[in-house]
Design a protein around this ligand. Structure first.
Ligand code: LCS
Length: 394
């Protein structure tokens, strides 16, 4: 906390440092499931909260807490809660905010499973949801009911790249006393801070930009206020959605280079998006940095950069897109995103395959949509690869 007032890059490098007796420069991995008490009274005091000593890793662990403090600080929130996965974060929030018979308003084009769990599982407990285009604030307002307990916004959305005005939705949510939750996975705290724009809770699939090296699955939640923080933390702990110390160590190492990774990858993404837009085989491209993006001006206002994710559709739709994905040689055909390597995937049959076709189309996830997560390779090599893959089709 002593480096609170420093710049973003300094924070990335130094936040979470522990002052341990050995003088470790990096955060040590406390690979232990449990912690010894000095005596019985100390144990009792740890449990009653009189002493803030560590008890058991599901409840807290120095390596995990170092990461939680780091992300909480980067998101300007009260506290961080690390989870086993991004879905662990999603479900900890759902369980904390949605009770029996509650209603959720959510971006239609959210990550598939964030939507599927509501429709398949929470519905068994009477939870209902309205999935709307949250880039239109009127649609959000019209969807609110007397039992709405949470508004979930994913911006930019996965995979349609729609941008939602966080400030406007926060105003609407708060008018009705509803908490606004933002999935900030596609931006990372480097490009966007939803809590500063009025959101109450922000979360990430840490698997993506924050870790950045395609070697960890994890999640993190940051709440703006203590009450919400405690409510969500209680769920994470008691439903066993905790992160592991080794996982936390790797993420804490990965986050140190967040800004330089994103700067390089988004420079590549901007060039690739412009190149794709001019290619005769490409029907449309969605990248917030393009003037043709419907919310380009909003993205400029709300984000500090346009990110590294591009969605596009080829003329010829699904079959052409499939052939194209089979033709790429450098980009890796795989789901996930936000790492140093360029990944390509087909949302309709992969990440969003659990949503029925009609709903997918309503959310803008067409059969021909191809999603590209641009990495930090040399951009000429990436364009050469995409170019040869398209040439083979023609
Ligand atoms: N939120 C967003 C926006 C995501 O993209 C993902 C995963 C999650 C939450 C869930 O996080 P996880 O549990 O996987 O850490 N998105 C994926 C994707 O687009 N491809 O593969 C995973």
């Amino acid at each position: 906390m002593k480096k609170k007032k420093s710049g973003f890059n300094t924070k990335l490098v130094h936040l979470g440092e522990l002052e341990d007796s050995m003088g470790s420069v990096t955060v040590p991995i406390f690979q232990t499931s449990t912690f010894s008490f000095k005596n019985a009274q100390h144990g009792a005091d740890c449990f009653s909260g009189k002493d803030d000593g560590y008890i058991y890793t599901r409840l807290g662990n120095p390596t995990i807490n170092a990461l939680e403090e780091t992300i909480a600080e980067l998101e300007n929130g009260f506290g961080g809660i690390a989870t086993s996965s991004g879905m662990g974060a999603v479900n900890s929030i759902y369980l904390a905010l949605l009770g029996q018979g509650a209603h959720l308003v959510s971006t239609a084009s959210v990550y598939g499973p964030s939507r599927n769990v509501i429709e398949k599982h929470y519905s068994r407990f009477g939870v209902e949801a309205t999935f709307v285009d949250t880039s239109d604030p009127d649609k959000v307002k019209q969807s609110i009911k007397s039992n709405t307990r949470m508004i979930l916004v994913e911006t930019p959305s996965n995979p349609t790249m729609q941008i939602t005005d966080i400030r406007k939705i926060a105003e609407i949510a708060h008018k009705y006393g509803i908490p606004l939750v933002v999935d900030n996975t596609f931006s990372s705290p480097y490009l966007q801070n939803p809590l500063d724009l009025g959101a109450d809770v922000v979360f990430h699939s840490i698997t993506k930009f924050i870790n950045g090296h395609a070697d960890v699955v994890g999640g993190v939640i940051v709440a703006k206020e203590e009450n919400l923080y405690k409510q969500i933390r209680d769920i994470m702990v008691n439903f066993g959605c905790n992160m592991d110390p080794h996982q936390a160590y790797l993420v804490h190492r990965g986050v140190k280079t967040l800004s330089i990774r994103i700067e390089k990858a988004q420079e590549n993404a901007a060039k690739i998006a412009q190149w794709l837009e001019k290619h005769p085989l490409v029907k449309w491209v969605k990248y917030p940095g393009l003037r043709s993006h419907p919310q380009h001006e909003l993205a400029k206002k709300q984000m500090r950069g346009f990110g590294t994710m591009i969605s596009f559709e080829l003329k010829g739709g699904h079959n052409t897109g499939k052939a194209f994905m089979d033709n790429v040689e450098l980009a890796i055909l795989a789901v996930s995103l936000g790492g140093i390597e360029t990944l390509i995937q087909h949302p309709a049959s992969m990440t969003h395959s659990g949503i029925n076709k009609e709903e997918k189309l309503k959310a803008g996830i067409t059969d021909g949509l191809v999603r590209l997560s641009v990495g930090i390779e040399n951009v000429e090599d990436l364009i050469d690869d995409l170019s040869q893959a398209l040439d083979k089709i023609t």
